[in-house]
Design a protein around this ligand. Structure first.
Ligand SMILES: C[S@@+](CC[C@H](N)C(=O)[O-])C[C@H]1O[C@@H](n2cnc3c(N)ncnc32)[C@H](O)[C@@H]1O
Length: 252
């Protein structure tokens, strides 16, 4: 009894020592990290969408893991998890949470654009939550995500959508560009698709849509990795190692 009181005091102190929590992670009964993000609500939406409740035997990649709420949840559900973020785990609350949860989640400092199967391997499931709208090149990032997703592997994407009502409510696939720091004063907010735009970008990167959801100005897509020869040829044209480029050169 005395021992568990001591452990809880230690956990409370550790949690309080970090001032910038984003996620609300349950450390033990009565101790939750005081994040601004309603992490359990988002988890409930992902569960509704089809996030597996049992992840035993699955290798899962959590891109832009931040404090690690989704990484630790996937581990709790039985997955072997790699968490990546371009910020260090000690700058986020990840290191503290991992220690307090006694977690085995591996954290790597990495940019989504650097994902490749040779270095990172491939994954049964990829979580790409709250990152897409921060990227200047969202389709390139989705291609990189596709490159590390196993055949028929699962992808869950969540993003800020467009804020312009005409764009947001349109059924035409559209993306709104946020120049400089025009979205919420944050210069890292770059592209907000509408729901149709999100779905079509995911499809363009060779994923087949399984389910989708829109909640206000946040969009969700759940998809399965496929191979599509035509889409793959479009992707190659748009890469610096264009197979078509080489073919053209040989003809001159
Ligand atoms: C809004 S938070 C989302 C956190 C978490 N995935 C969620 O949905 O609750 C965005 C996170 O993505 C990370 N991030 C942004 N751009 C990234 C990039 N290009 N590569 C890797 N991580 C990135 C940020 O450092 C931050 O931790």
């Amino acid at each position: 009894m005395k021992n568990s009181k001591k452990i809880n005091e230690h956990a409370s102190k550790k949690v309080a020592s970090f001032k910038h929590w984003y996620h609300r992670i349950t450390i033990s009964s009565g101790i939750e990290t005081p994040g601004s993000h309603d992490s359990n609500q988002e988890l409930a939406l992902l569960d509704q969408l089809g996030l597996p409740l049992d992840c035993s035997g699955l290798r899962v990649l959590d891109i832009g893991c931040c404090d690690g709420f989704f990484s630790f949840e996937m581990e709790r559900r039985g997955a072997d998890v790699l968490a990546i973020d371009f910020t260090a785990p000690g700058i986020r609350g990840f290191s503290i949470a991992a220690e307090l949860l006694n977690s085995n989640v591996e954290h790597r400092i990495a940019n989504v654009y650097d994902l490749n199967p040779a270095e990172f391997g491939t994954f049964d499931m990829v979580l790409f939550l709250g990152v897409l709208y921060h990227l200047r090149n969202p389709l390139l990032a989705l291609d990189k995500v596709r490159s590390v997703t196993k055949s028929e592997g699962l992808l869950f994407v969540e993003t800020q959508l467009a804020t312009d009502v005409t764009v947001l409510e349109s059924d035409t696939p559209l993306c709104q560009f946020f120049p400089a720091d025009t979205l919420y004063g944050d210069g890292t907010n770059k592209w907000g698709p509408n729901q149709a735009g999100l779905v079509e970008m995911v499809r363009e990167a060779q994923f087949e849509l399984v389910n989708e959801g829109r909640y206000g100005d946040r969009g969700y897509a759940y998809a399965k990795s496929i191979y599509d020869e035509k889409l793959e040829s479009f992707r190659k044209i748009d890469s610096s190692t264009s197979a078509f480029g080489a073919e053209q050169k040989n003809k001159t």
